[in-house]
Design a protein around this ligand. Structure first.
Ligand code: ADE
Length: 245
């Protein structure tokens, strides 16, 4: 799978993909990440990528011509999706990451300044994406987040594909707590059930903890999830215990 990032700050990506799982995936040839400087697609002497907004207002707007030229040059004759990172977009989540991983090429346009000429959004972009309800100074960090999260769904990127499927959000619950050695750290002990050797009991404890954390922190996730009878049972138990404490 190939990612193409169009930006006016290509240097911002120097370090972010130079370590970790994404770097390994690039080295293995599973994914390819190409960074393009939007200014390379201008035709004027000043390499101008922005201009003042019609109708007057503060700030500058990214011009349509360099962006159209960049995408038209970069887009390959494969299954390709063009995305714009902006706070106005659809909120990015695990389902959208998995959808993007199904394309052979994903082009990510990093928005900047006060916005992007609307004709880019109307006539060039397939998907406008926001990574959350806050405003960044530009789409670069958002593009890096998207590349990272989408890459995890590309077969071979994450060691065991199992571990993607069991993650929070892939299964619709937050993660259960994890512990490693030592058993006793400054008097803080690892829950004894984890040493019981009873795998059924451990699985039920983990599910209960995951449900409890989800109930407290993200009750919205439980509303959209179809609960199994074991989960229903555990939730009743959790609610009873919470009432008592
Ligand atoms: N650009 C500025 N803020 C953003 C956000 N929250 N998501 C994606 N792109 C952005």
């Amino acid at each position: 799978m190939r990612f193409d990032i169009i930006t006016i700050f290509p240097r911002m990506f120097d370090s972010i993909f130079s370590a970790g799982v994404v770097k390994k995936a690039v080295e293995k040839g599973i994914i390819e990440i190409k960074i393009h400087d939007l200014r390379d697609f201008t035709t004027d002497k000043h390499r101008q990528v922005d201009d003042r907004p019609y109708g007057g207002l503060e700030g500058m707007v990214l011009k349509p011509e360099p962006i159209f030229r960049a995408v038209e040059e970069i887009r390959q004759p494969v299954e390709s999706l063009t995305c714009l990172l902006s706070p106005q977009g659809k909120t990015f989540n695990s389902a959208l990451a998995e959808k993007l991983a199904g394309y052979q090429q994903v082009i990510l346009i990093c928005g900047r300044y006060e916005g992007v000429d609307e004709r880019v959004i109307e006539h060039l972009v397939d998907e406008e994406i926001s990574i959350g309800d806050y405003v960044l100074t530009g789409g670069e960090l958002a593009a890096a987040v998207v590349v990272d999260a989408v890459s995890r769904f590309v077969p071979g990127v994450v060691g065991k594909e199992e571990s993607v499927r069991h993650d929070s959000f892939t299964e619709g619950l937050l993660d259960f707590p994890q512990y490693t050695r030592p058993r006793d750290f400054r008097g803080y002990r690892v829950p004894s059930v984890l040493f019981s050797g009873d795998h059924k009991k451990i699985a039920r404890w983990r599910l209960k903890k995951a449900l409890e954390k989800t109930l407290v922190r993200r009750p919205d996730l439980l509303k959209t999830r179809k609960l199994s009878s074991e989960e229903e049972e555990l939730l009743i138990e959790i609610q009873k215990e919470r009432k008592e404490s």
